[in-house]
Design a binder for this molecule. Structure first.
Ligand SMILES: Cc1ncc(COP(=O)(O)O)c(C=O)c1O
Length: 406
């Protein structure tokens, strides 16, 4: 009898992963940082220091800090989030996680059941959409403009859902440097969203993963800080501000939320060495490091925009980002970015087609997201030039006034 181990696997698993073949040269996907922007010397100094000082704590699960993660890093976060984000919390309100992806999983597990409905921004983080979909949770996209969620549309959707007896559990939002649109929601709108959440009785799940990457290092208060009655669960990450491979993120929430999550976060704790290292590094260097980082990111963003202007002209439309690592681009309707993605991949260029980054895939068919953090300026120029060539070969040069001449 022929034997296949796959016959024992549980049902409804996603397709198996492909073998890792390394990154392509023109890599405009994901949220990678560039190697030059990793503060290697300072991280090495902190690593040596903390291992010498506290290495023995590694003998214990929880490294003498307990299941919520490194006390010293949580202390840093308490003071940083107070000064920068307007939060008034204690270390008991913080749970360190293995990247903010684990935060997403834990919060979803805490709140959602199969068949529930959540609200998301019409364009949002693909990893958030795929997560709720894998839980068989419905998502409804709320319109965005250049200041984030459009309140009138949010209310319209809530009324429509109510008439169908559907009451969303939460609104997942990335209000500060939104992924993928890179807008920042102003204070006034944050307050209104809270009012709507009160009125229609849903939670707000605030993902602030890019919030430290505003060009001027200023930002509105977190929605979490504005809520007086425990309506917001917040998550953040060190992935974009320092390094994604560290895998350190965090949840900020009230004790009922944290204590309930602790009851099922039974992974023995998230990695301790990176938390110890970050605690030392951040206390000494976080502000200087992020100020330097955003300057480099903005200059790369400008290079990507220059390249798009010279290669795509007015057919590529975008808002100038307020920070972050992405450009969210709309191309003419005849350009299907799923097809462009396939063609570009054959030429070692990776892009994120818009359909993966929207609640309604049809709405993303002629959009794409490009990350400018990882490639060098030279690679950005070359990659955009090659991408334009591939695009024109397949789709022709769209007839639009002010079009690029070639
Ligand atoms: C909005 C948002 N949230 C969460 C994550 C997950 O990041 P990490 O797990 O590296 O913290 C990402 C990654 O790109 C993201 O864009």
């Amino acid at each position: 009898m022929s034997y296949k181990i796959e016959s024992f696997f549980s049902k409804d698993l996603p397709s198996p992963a492909k073998k890792y073949e390394g990154l392509v040269k023109h890599n405009f996907v994901g949220g990678h940082n560039s190697e030059e922007n990793i503060p290697v010397d300072k991280l090495a100094e902190s690593a040596k220091y903390v291992i010498n000082q506290q290495g023995n704590n590694l003998a214990l699960y929880g490294h003498k800090s307990g299941p919520q993660g490194n006390t010293s890093l949580r202390e840093f976060l308490v003071s940083y989030l107070k000064d920068y984000v307007g939060m008034n919390i204690s270390i008991d309100n913080i749970l360190l996680t293995s990247g903010s992806l684990q935060a997403l999983d834990l919060i979803n597990e805490l709140i959602l059941n199969k068949g529930d409905t959540v609200l998301v921004e019409e364009a949002t983080y693909g990893g958030a959409i795929s997560r709720v979909e894998s839980m068989k949770v419905n998502h409804v996209g709320v319109k965005l403009d250049n200041e984030g969620i459009v309140i009138e549309n949010l209310v319209e959707i809530l009324e429509k859902l109510k008439s169908q007896n559907i009451f969303p559990k939460f609104l997942y939002t990335i209000p500060t440097v939104q992924n993928p649109t890179a807008t920042i929601m102003p204070n006034e709108r944050r307050k209104k969203i809270l009012e709507v959440a009160e009125k229609y009785n849903f939670l707000i799940f605030e993902d602030d993963c890019y919030a430290d990457l505003t060009w001027d290092r200023k930002r509105p208060k977190a929605i979490f800080s504005m809520s007086e009655n425990d309506r917001v669960i917040y998550c953040g990450s060190f992935s974009k501000s320092i390094a994604p491979a560290l895998r350190v993120g965090f949840i900020v929430a009230s004790w009922p939320v944290i204590s309930q999550i602790l009851s099922f976060k039974n992974d023995g704790g998230s990695g301790a060495i990176e938390q110890m290292l970050l605690a030392d590094f951040c206390k000494k260097y976080y502000l200087d490091h992020t100020s330097k980082l955003v300057k480099d990111l903005q200059s790369k963003c400008d290079v990507m925009i220059e390249s798009l202007e010279s290669e795509f002209g007015s057919i590529a439309e975008y808002e100038y980002p307020k920070g972050g690592i992405f450009l969210w681009i709309t191309l003419p309707e005849n350009i299907n970015t799923d097809r462009l993605y396939e063609l570009a991949s054959n030429h070692h260029i990776t892009i994120n087609p818009g359909s993966e980054w929207v609640s309604n895939p049809e709405a993303g068919r002629h959009k794409l997201r490009l990350c400018f953090a990882h490639p060098s300026k030279e690679v950005i120029r070359e990659g955009i030039q090659n991408l334009a060539k591939i695009c024109y070969e397949e789709f022709g040069i769209p007839k639009i006034s002010g079009n690029v001449e070639r």
